[in-house]
Unconditional design. Structure first.
Length: 268
């Protein structure tokens, strides 16, 4: 009888050992969810109008005022910080691999930026339990050798996190930070970007939100620290109509609207 119990007990011990090993392998070695690109650079393309006629009518109206305020942040993201932003965007959707020697998940990609040249990025993720530390190493042949242009933290499942974007290899200080949350099964996120660079815009922020079920499915709330003023902009991402509110500019707390042609219209 004792021998029978021992025989039955052996598989249980082996199963337990295998389960512990599997648990260990699925912990820090689990591939983390790469945060969506909107956590670092939201899509604000609705405020880029290429038509001359549109510019003449819109720049003096409600859309123009909204575009002027949004333009401060698009200028930072897509001009001053275009290298780290582009570097991260090109890694999203690429296949990562696990390096056992460094205990890091790694994504690598080459990319080009018009007028700036060719670059390469190595995005690394260090996983400890439910937490992930991200680093973006960017290189340019003969110019930049693995400069950490952005860092971040997130949950392994991609539910929330933060980014810090640095100015340049010559000025390695944080220019912009992002605190974000992401929804399940969505490539969009809610993110608040804050200017950390000293100057007129320091402390200013823009909060970007999306709600696919809403008619006006994009919202940005802009705080201008230099004027102590808040601007709320809501728009339809597909058709480009929307509305803006700014007590300092319009001298009221009402929304002021524009249509699909970016021309002022009454709000319904």
């Amino acid at each position: 009888m004792k021998k029978l119990i021992a025989i039955l007990f052996i598989p249980l011990v082996m199963f337990s050992a295998c389960t512990e090993d599997d648990s260990t392998n699925n912990g820090e070695n689990t591939e983390p969810t790469v945060p969506p690109s909107s956590t670092m650079a939201p899509d604000l393309s609705s405020f880029n109008d290429d038509s001359a006629a549109g510019e003449r009518t819109a720049l003096i109206g409600n859309w123009g005022y909204a575009a002027l305020n949004v333009g401060i942040y698009t200028g930072i993201l897509y001009k001053h910080l275009v290298v780290p932003v582009t570097a991260y965007q090109v890694t999203v959707g690429t296949k990562g691999y696990y390096n056992e020697e460094t205990d890091l998940w790694i994504w690598e990609k080459n990319f080009d930026i018009p007028t700036k040249g060719s670059y390469s990025v190595k995005l690394t993720a260090s996983v400890e339990g439910d937490d992930v530390d991200w680093k973006g190493y960017i290189s340019q042949s003969g110019e930049i050798d693995g400069f950490v242009w952005f860092t971040g933290e997130s949950k392994v499942g991609g539910e929330s996190g933060s980014w810090s974007l640095y100015e340049s290899p010559e000025e390695p200080t944080v220019w912009l930070t992002s605190e974000w949350t992401a929804e399940d099964d969505s490539d969009m996120a809610t993110a608040t970007f804050t200017v950390e660079k000293e100057g007129d815009n320091m402390g200013s922020s823009i909060k970007y939100e999306s709600d696919e079920s809403a008619e006006l499915d994009r919202i940005v709330t802009i705080y201008d620290a230099s004027l102590d003023n808040e601007v709320v902009v809501m728009w339809n991402q597909t058709q480009a109509y929307g509305r803006v509110m700014s007590e300092a500019h319009f001298e009221d707390t009402e929304y002021h609207c524009w249509n699909t042609d970016l021309i002022d219209t009454d709000c319904e």
